[in-house]
Each structure stands twice: as structure tokens, then as C-alpha cells.
Design a protein around this ligand. Structure first.
Ligand code: RP5
Length: 165
């Protein structure tokens, strides 16, 4: 059996409620993933080793989420040539520091930053990347987008009918 294609990492288990949403989306598409707590500040050695060994272990994309100073996504990106997708974790008692930290990467080290708590979109972005070389996955992804499209039409239709009643 082949290993996971997507690595989902987060700075703390307190990020799990947000980051689990990425895992759920990947699971729905039948994509293998691994879920790890790795802190840029508390376990910098493990972060470096994880990112540096990622291609060798067969990962194709990394989704990294953190709140506060949120160095995990950017520092992971700096240690791997894989695409890294950042999820700035935002709590009610936070300002927008994680978002700013993630989008202010210097030229030369790209980081695909999602909206605050945008773990679902992070997974969908990972799927788009994987689908570039997987026709079966691309078909599933197209069907997912088509369903979203059709759902909006159905909702609008129901609204128009209620409006007339
Ligand atoms: C960040 O600090 C983590 O990603 C988390 O969002 C935040 C708080 O971490 P804990 O103190 O809850 O472990 O590094």
C-alpha cells in the first residue's frame, strides 16, 4: 500500500478543530493523508526533519495550519520544494497576525495562503494540485464542482417559488 499524498500539520492540538476539516475533505475524495502536530517554535527540529523528508516519503502537498505568530507554514515551505498551503488559524481573541504572517512571505519562497480557518479550501487546493496528474481524481473533482453549481440553482429555484407563494 502506498503512503499518504498529503501531509496535514498544525502547531498545536488546539488547532485540530480547524485542521480536521481539511482531513474530512480529503477523506471524502479518498485521498491518503497524515495528520501531525508539529510546532515551529516548540519542536523546530521535528518541523525541519518533517519538511526535509517529505518528498522522499512520497508526499505531494503539505497543508500547514497555525495561529498566533504562525511560523509553521512558512518555515515548512522554506525546507521543501513541495507546494505548501497555509491555513491561518484565527480565534475570537486573536487579531489577524497569523494571516499577515503567512501572506508576507519573501519573494523566492511561495506559500499558498488560504483565508483564516480556511482548512476546507486548503484541502480542495491540494486536490486541484493532485488532479493535475490524476485523471480519476480530476473527474471526481469536476463532479464535486458541478454539484455545488446545481445546488445553488436548486436553492434559487426554491427561493423563487417561495417568493411567488
Ligand atoms: C500556535 O499557537 C499554534 O498553532 C496555536 O494556534 C497557538 C496556540 O497553541 P497552544 O498554546 O494552544 O498549544 O503555535
Amino acid at each position: 500500500m502506498s503512503g499518504p499524498l498529503v501531509g496535514i500539520i498544525m502547531g498545536s492540538d488546539s488547532d485540530l478543530d480547524v485542521m480536521r476539516q481539511a482531513a474530512d475533505v480529503l477523506k471524502g475524495f479518498g485521498i491518503g493523508y497524515e495528520l501531525r502536530v508539529i510546532s515551529a517554535h516548540r519542536t523546530p527540529d521535528i518541523m525541519t526533519e518533517y519538511a526535509a523528508s517529505a518528498t522522499g516519503r512520497g508526499l505531494k502537498v503539505i497543508i500547514a495550519g497555525a495561529g498566533g505568530s504562525a511560523h509553521l507554514p512558512g518555515m515548512t515551505a522554506s525546507h521543501t520544494p513541495l507546494p505548501v498551503i497555509a491555513v491561518p488559524v484565527k480565534r475570537d481573541n486573536h487579531d489577524h497576525e497569523a494571516l499577515w504572517s503567512n501572506i508576507k512571505m519573501p519573494p523566492g519562497v511561495p506559500l499558498a495562503t488560504m483565508p483564516e480557518n480556511g482548512a476546507k479550501n486548503a484541502a480542495l487546493m491540494a486536490i486541484e494540485i493532485l488532479a493535475l496528474s490524476d485523471a480519476t481524481l480530476l473527474k471526481k473533482y469536476r463532479a464535486f464542482r458541478q454539484k455545488q453549481h446545481d445546488d445553488v440553482i436548486a436553492i434559487d429555484k426554491a427561493l423563487q417559488q417561495r417568493g411567488k407563494a
